[in-house]
Design a protein around this ligand. Structure first.
Ligand code: SAM
Length: 223
């Protein structure tokens, strides 16, 4: 594929999907920890999702990255190792996961570049200063649409907001029936997708990797 006729966002998204072997370049110990976490605890980002994030981080290139929902820190850690110039800000509300993430950042020698914040992102977001080049939204799914205006404000022009799990088991696009108790979360994610796709300041691509990854680039071009 050539870049002719493609928008800046389409070129960036195509680059982000190319397999650059990013995961293979990560320390074996981190890959082992990710695999172990996938078996027993709250899931970390899918391999394909992480590869896209690492590729984007390098292509932008990202100097400041924000993650909402640190978990045990594996994605922040991978981004910090893959983008050695980047400062990472990551927010987690669960005390045990926050402590585990901080221990991982120290163990892999990146704690000086990773600013791990403990608290509810709903509050922490208000005190953050942008701009960020890349934002990975991976916290409570029902909040994505409510936090979108603030996250957009924190994103630099040309930066990317990557929201994970936007298709959630096929519930959001209707390809799988939504269990009754999950209708609200599926509806909120549907609202998030509709909002980013309708926003003239954003160029959005939804990738069917993991449970769906929405990449929204803040346009440089006026429309
Ligand atoms: C899917 S996990 C994050 C995984 C991590 N991003 C990774 O790729 O390894 C989602 C995390 O969001 C956290 N979370 C949930 N609600 C939150 C909130 N209101 N503010 C901050 N973090 C929250 C959860 O405790 C959980 O650890």
């Amino acid at each position: 594929m050539t870049g002719a006729g493609l928008s800046a966002g389409e070129r960036l998204f195509a680059l982000a999907q190319a397999d650059g072997g990013e995961l293979a370049a990560l320390p074996r110990e981190l890959l082992r920890l990710r695999e172990a976490a996938k078996q027993v605890r709250d899931p970390t980002a899918a391999d394909g999702t992480l590869a896209v994030l690492l590729r984007l981080g390098r292509a932008l290139p990202a100097r400041r990255i924000l993650e909402i929902g640190t978990g045990e820190g594996y994605t922040s850690l991978a981004l910090a190792l893959s983008c050695p110039q980047a400062e990472i800000v990551t927010v987690e509300s669960d005390a045990e996961r926050y402590a585990a993430a901080c221990a991982h950042f120290t163990r892999f020698g990146v704690s000086e570049r990773v600013n791990a914040l403990f608290g509810d992102a709903a509050e922490v977001l208000n005190g953050l200063q942008g701009p960020f080049d890349l934002i990975f939204l991976d916290g409570p799914k029902a909040q994505y649409v409510h936090w979108l205006p603030r996250l957009k404000g924190l994103l630099r022009i040309g930066g990317v907001l990557a929201a994970d799990d936007v298709l959630l088991y096929g519930w959001v696009d209707g390809s799988v029936p939504v269990p009754y108790k999950r209708r609200s979360i599926a509806a909120r994610l549907g609202e998030y997708l509709a909002a980013v796709q309708a926003d003239p300041q954003l160029e959005t691509l939804v990738l069917r990797i993991g449970e769906g990854l929405a990449l929204s680039r803040k346009r440089t071009e006026q429309r």
